[in-house]
Design a protein. Structure first.
Length: 118
């Protein structure tokens, strides 16, 4: 079973994505922000993939948080189509533009996880 950490700043979109990932058989942990007790309570979870909302996170927070899970796949999503110009994207395995349905996110998740299985 795939274990995914989901950080999404838009509550309705967060619920939609979480539900769709669970339908696919994934176990999903939600985190609103990377700082504080949220991150500490997850230290023992072995994630396969972390999905970060690039709009809501600073690079220093992401680096500090993700350094605990070296080798874990990281997917960034952004509401800006210019995310490719954002140097934080260099840190991720894949970056996508947010769409309301979340279809491109689900597709990206499937491809990333399949690439890891090879």
């Amino acid at each position: 079973m795939c274990k995914i950490l989901l950080s999404e700043s838009e509550p309705i979109r967060h619920q939609l994505i979480r539900a769709k990932l669970k339908e696919k058989g994934c176990r999903v942990w939600s985190i609103s922000h990377l700082n504080g007790s949220n991150g500490r309570r997850l230290q023992d979870v072995d994630f396969n993939l972390m999905i970060f909302d690039l709009d809501a996170q600073r690079l220093d927070e992401i680096v500090k948080f993700a350094s605990h899970w070296k080798g874990t796949l990281i997917l960034f999503q952004s509401s800006s189509k210019d995310f490719t110009l954002d140097f934080r994207c260099w840190f991720a395995d894949q970056c996508i533009w947010k769409c309301h349905s979340g279809a491109n996110l689900l597709s990206a998740v499937e491809k990333l996880l399949a690439s890891r299985e090879r």
